[in-house]
Design a protein around this ligand. Sequence first.
Ligand SMILES: [Zn+2]
Ligand SMILES: [Zn+2]
Length: 190
Amino acid sequence: MTTRLHCSCTHRSLLKNVALEDGLPAAACPDCGAVLLNMDDWRRWRSRAPELSAAHVSTVTDTAADHGRARACPACTRLMERLPVDAAEAFRVDRCGPCQLVWLDPCEWQALVQRGLALQLDTLLSDGGQRRLQAERLQATRMQALRQRHGDTCVDEVLRIRRWLAEQPHRDELLALLQAPEAAASSQRN
Ligand SMILES: [Zn+2]
Ligand SMILES: [Zn+2]
């Protein structure tokens, strides 16, 4: 990133060049700590198959608090998209698609590293990745509704039977038996 860009925080500070990792340049705001990452820089860094160790960030817990509002892109001033990077939507990153710039809140990079997501950033932010996250969220919501309606014990039992059925070689026959009328099911015993 060669152009001189300013942060979108109240200080409007000039961003300073930093290294997020060995060979991964970024620009950080000296006042609020937010980090601007160029996805082209990320891709160059990623193509060298970097090894990330989560050891040095083991103290980071949930410090990646979501700031909750969209930022303007520092390069083109368009409002950036706020994209979730995990199914639980624990946090989102702001991205300007046309400029290929991503804003990370302070500690967000470390949180991505810790969750094993830093090397998948491109995939997670892609249309396919976002669709997959949305499907996972929908599935989690449905499961939660089922648990509320039927209770954990019941749902866990159904899931256990489901796993067991999946391992059976003749599961279609077993499923048919399960759904057969009472009389038909008991007559098969004799
Ligand atoms: Zn700032
Ligand atoms: Zn932009």
